[in-house]
Ligand binder design. Structure first.
Ligand code: ISL
Ligand code: CA
Length: 564
């Protein structure tokens, strides 16, 4: 490959060098789900050479960091989140050389690249687990979390405590005949939890982390990091159902999630990253109230993860007051120099446009907030071209979560749920062109999941030609983010509520003040800008600015430069 560094890429590198803050505090992240991104060899499965062939799309879009879901050796029962070899690439995705080429090609374009580490568990087909489960005395006997059975009233073996898996319904313990013991599986039964109290496990995993850092990756997204270390004494969770971090739970996860030991592990991982220059980033997938999650980033004097996902926007109602309350909370819990993150969708959750009833005006409002709020925006592949959930009945699901939890549900109930139980629905192939298979894989090949029916109208090629597309709007916003110091690293001032459906805030850096205003209501709204302003970008041509006052069309957003 010999694409020259594009203008945007170069501008970005210069902007990053000039920045006073570390690059990761103001970057923008794009999640690639490799299996569904681009298939280079016609087997219907996306792969690493496919990702390399499409990196220019990310440069054109204007994101700065690419995060790839796992492509390591795996039996693919959870599509890569069940790792059977951390140091090599699954053959369907490519080779170690392909992974290296991906790192290098990303860097050549000025993109940072982040891999996905599943530290909490391995596949039950990992050689470590096969050995560990074989007896109570083998060299890896203590590499996973094993516990003796209790006896129930009838004398039958019962699990050691009441812990439920992160999927709520199944319990967290799985029985092993060979050892006559239970092993912990915080997610699915075939994903046994590693024992992070074992010094050999820590040494091996830390060494693997260093191997990828030496190869040049810019950091890691850490899969269900808050589940890595549970209560050492295996005490019961409080058994009361509760909503914790916005998620309804059948029991309070006080002994299983976000333990003191997890916060300490964050610090240990940070120390490893800090051995390397330039700066690397650790982005934790953690669940809980933001006031608790903050401890992963900064716990007393000790630095931990650089960033954590804040998932509240994934489920929040489209409403100015709901969003305002969330922004206030994130600003309170993650004040500068910490940076909050903003996430609208990912490979596990309902597509944001589907949540918005398919209304692209609303998607544009959300895009404006995502790209102009203080902190790090995270986009999921296809979000930029208005991809939506593709309904796939539970009976056809490839997703193991749908198969474990969902198969018990009647289909009518599944359809009525606000969240997709069958995660296949948000993992359909990326829509590149109006051609066969949307350009994801060659004509005549059956992609591993069906495409959304709307691929002929909604695809990168078509949207790139249309100046009014969602893709064009994202490009405008991300370009502004790169150019404007106020957006990249300025302070945020949230305006008090002025009208029920309006949300408005300022971003302020030395010598520059920007106002972002959005109308989330069905009628036009007026916003006063007393000292005058110039319109930099609008999501809707129906927005008018007369220097001191802007009239926002229904479900429209603007970015304006304020006179000083
Ligand atoms: O997918 C979910 C529910 O259906 C989420 O709540 C999920 O439990 C949570 O996002 C953790 O997900 C992560 O770890 C899983 C993997 O299957 C997901 O794809 C990953 O994002 C196990 O490794
Ligand atoms: Ca392939």
């Amino acid at each position: 490959m010999s694409t020259p560094l594009s203008g945007t890429g170069a501008a970005r590198i210069v902007a990053t060098m000039r920045a006073a803050k570390p690059w990761w505090a103001s970057t923008s992240i794009y999640q690639v789900y490799p299996r569904s991104f681009a298939d280079s060899n016609g087997d219907g499965i996306g792969d690493l050479p496919g990702v390399v062939s499409r990196l220019d799309h990310l440069v054109e879009l204007g994101v700065e960091t690419v995060w790839l879901s796992p492509f390591f050796c795996s039996p693919q029962r959870d599509f890569g989140y069940d790792v059977s070899g951390y140091r090599d690439v699954a053959p369907e995705y490519g080779t170690l050389e392909d992974a290296q080429r991906l790192i290098d090609e990303a860097h050549r374009r000025g993109l940072a690249i982040v891999f996905d580490l599943v530290l909490n568990h391995t596949s039950d087909e990992h050689p470590w687990f096969i050995e560990s489960r074989s007896s109570r005395t083998n060299p890896k006997a203590d590499w996973y979390v094993w516990a003796d059975a209790k006896r129930d009233r009838l004398g039958r073996p019962a699990p050691p405590n009441n812990w439920r898996s992160e999927l709520q319904l199944p319990r967290a313990w799985q029985w092993c005949e060979e050892r006559q013991q239970w092993y912990l599986a915080s997610f699915l039964s075939f994903q046994p939890d590693l024992n992070w109290r074992n010094a050999e496990v820590r040494a091996e995993m830390f060494d693997m982390v260093r191997m990828w850092l030496r190869r040049g990756v810019d950091g890691f997204r850490l899969d269900i990091f808050g589940s890595c270390m549970q209560d050492a004494a295996l005490r019961d969770n409080d058994r009361w159902p509760r909503i914790y971090g916005g998620i309804p739970r059948l029991q309070t996860p006080n002994r299983t999630l976000n333990t003191e030991d997890c916060f300490a592990l964050a610090g240990d991982l940070r120390a490893i990253c800090d051995e390397f220059a330039p700066d690397r980033v650790l982005l934790g997938e953690v669940f809980g109230p933001s006031s608790v999650l903050r401890r992963y980033v900064s716990d007393g004097d000790r630095a931990g993860l650089h960033l954590v996902f804040l998932f509240d926007f994934l489920a929040a109602r489209y409403s100015a007051s709901v969003y305002r309350a969330l922004i206030e909370r994130f600003e309170r819990d993650f004040p500068a120099p910490m940076a909050p993150t903003y996430v609208l969708e990912n490979h596990d959750r309902t597509r944001s446009l589907s949540r918005l009833g398919g209304d692209q005006r609303k998607a544009r409002v959300l895009a404006a907030l995502l790209c102009t709020l203080r902190g790090v925006p995270v986009l999921y592949q296809g979000q930029e071209i208005a991809m939506e959930n593709r309904y796939i009945p539970l009976a056809d699901a490839k997703d193991p979560v749908a198969n474990v939890v969902g198969k018990r549900l009647p289909e009518w109930l599944n359809r009525a749920l606000p969240e997709r139980l069958n995660r296949d629905e948000v993992r359909t192939p990326m829509q590149w062109t109006a051609g066969p298979n949307g350009g994801f894989c060659p004509e005549g090949v059956t992609p591993w999941l069906p495409l959304h029916d709307n691929w002929r109208e909604r695809n990168v090629e078509t949207e790139a030609r249309d100046p009014d597309s969602l893709f064009a709007w994202y490009r405008t916003l991300l370009a502004l983010r790169t150019e404007r110091a106020a957006l990249r690293e300025g302070a945020l001032e949230l305006a008090p509520e002025e009208a029920r459906d309006v949300i408005r805030f300022d971003r302020i850096a030395a010598g520059e003040r920007l106002t972002i205003a959005a109308n989330l209501g069905d009628s036009p709204a007026r916003v006063r800008l007393d000292d005058g302003a110039t319109l930099l970008a609008t999501s809707d041509r129906g927005c008018a600015l007369d220097h001191r006052e802007v009239t926002l069309a229904p479900h429209a957003a603007i970015v304006a430069l304020r006179a000083r």
